[in-house]
Design a protein around this ligand. Structure first.
Ligand code: CMC
Length: 393
């Protein structure tokens, strides 16, 4: 059988060395490059966090200015990529469009696909971070039949994304500062989360030497699933299915029933066995956004709060250490902001791109890096003789 450890789901495998993100799941701690996520969410902004993840240090003023310039320089998409969008059915799921279009970047930007060249790697980092909001908003506009809105580089990263997504040519559109702040916070909170499924996917794809655009497309595919990035979409669908506070006990009983596949979406985490620190920040944001919209009595939020309260006191959830995770609140905020549920995972992908790119770069620059090649426990037939077709059956 050879010498290896059987470890389905890699729950006890450390696949790499990394200096980017630290998680203590028992204590509910998340830090990027030594900075606590709560502090970054309160005091920093998404582009600064991008710089921190990529370069390991917070930028000084000059470094920040030059980083912003590099990112805004790349916000436009090659005009030919419009044809790529137009090839999709108009009711395509925006995540399907994301997988295709991001992978296709490798066909448009040949001057940043040579992974051995540090300059090309840096340009690829900038391109991916800069173009992701443009691609995400275009996927949205395409799905609702509205014209694409080109980026505006005088706006902040989050403002520009909201503008490209919600502005309509015939109407005036002003980005609300509260919305922009909430958007920016959601981006910060999703920026990186060490070796989760999609990040591991990016590293595995990259370990063979594939170009960064192809690797990020692989990450997007992995993020799509409901057990990972698709969870915030699933949370909202679940809240709508529950419908009313009175129905909570019924759904809670289903979540505990081992014969029922139903799980409380937005609860539990592979690593956090305590309150997810990101969920705490977003809980506050959820209130701020709903207040700004004059919608603080949203029955869905009320239902969510009631569900949170009941689940946190329920012995099953307490014993199994199942706490609300980041997706529990992000879904509610995004809905209030006007995003359709099909866009939720797209926003996660947009924000996680910097984490993927930072981890990909760290891997490429790691002298210990090898192609990822897990082993298996073979459970199939031992050797048997081939029978010609006329002798079978
Ligand atoms: N509702 C009810 N029971 C649950 C839930 C839940 N949400 N999550 C876990 N359990 C139970 C599970 O049935 C198991 O019970 P037992 O030990 O009796 O068999 C126990 O808790 C451990 O669960 P597990 O599936 O072995 O744990 P895991 O680490 O493999 O799964 C998880 C983690 C996030 C996939 C899971 O908690 C889940 O499915 N949660 C709902 C989906 C969700 O919110 N996902 C977002 C994850 S955070 C964002 C991201 O990283 O993308």
């Amino acid at each position: 059988t050879g010498m290896f450890t059987y470890d389905p789901g890699f729950t006890s495998t450390g696949s790499c060395e990394s200096a980017i993100t630290y998680i203590d799941g028992d204590q509910g701690v998340l830090m990027h490059r030594g900075y606590k996520i709560e502090e970054l969410a309160e005091q920093s902004n998404f582009l600064e966090v991008c710089y921190l993840l990529l370069h390991g240090e917070l930028p000084d003023k000059a470094q920040m200015k030059s980083f912003e310039k590099n990112i805004t320089y790349h916000t436009m998409l090659h005009e030919q990529m419009m044809y790529f969008f137009r090839g999709f059915r108009r009711d395509s799921h925006p995540m399907a469009i994301m997988c295709g279009v991001v992978g296709a970047l490798s066909a448009f930007y040949h001057d940043s696909t040579d992974i051995r060249d540090p300059h090309q790697r840096m340009v690829a980092q900038h391109r991916l971070i800069a173009k992701m909001p443009t691609i995400a908003s275009m996927a949205f506009k395409y799905s609702i039949g509205q014209p694409f809105v080109y980026p505006r580089n005088d706006l902040s990263y989050a403002e520009n994304f909201l503008y490209m997504t919600f502005a309509v040519p015939a109407e005036e559109y002003k980005v609300s500062p509260v919305m922009a702040r909430a958007m920016d916070r959601i981006f910060i909170l999703h920026a990186d989360h060490e070796q989760n499924a999609s990040t591991s996917t990016v590293r595995i794809a990259g370990s063979s030497g594939a170009n960064p655009f192809a690797c990020i497309a692989a990450g997007i595919a992995s993020l799509w699933g409901p057990a990972h990035g698709g969870a915030n979409e699933a949370v909202l669908n679940m809240l709508m299915e529950i419908g009313h506070k009175d129905k909570i006990p019924e759904f809670l009983a289903r979540a505990k029933d081992k014969d029922d596949p139903f799980r409380l979406m937005g609860f539990g985490h592979r690593v956090y066995k305590n309150y997810d620190p990101r969920a705490k920040v977003l809980r506050q944001s959820a209130y701020e956004v709903l207040e700004e919209l004059g919608d603080s009595n949203d029955p869905l939020l009320e239902l969510a709060m009631e569900l949170e309260k009941i689940a946190l006191e329920d012995p099953y959830f307490v014993e199994k250490k199942l706490f609300p995770n980041v997706d529990f609140y992000s879904g509610i905020i995004l809905k209030a902001m006007g995003f359709p549920t099909s866009m939720f995972t797209v926003l996660f992908a947009l924000a996680r791109t910097v984490g993927w790119v930072a981890q990909w770069t760290e891997m490429i620059e790691d002298p210990q890096q090898k192609i990822s090649r897990p082993r298996q426990l073979y459970k199939g037939y031992t050797e048997r003789a081939y029978k010609p077709l006329d002798q079978r059956g």
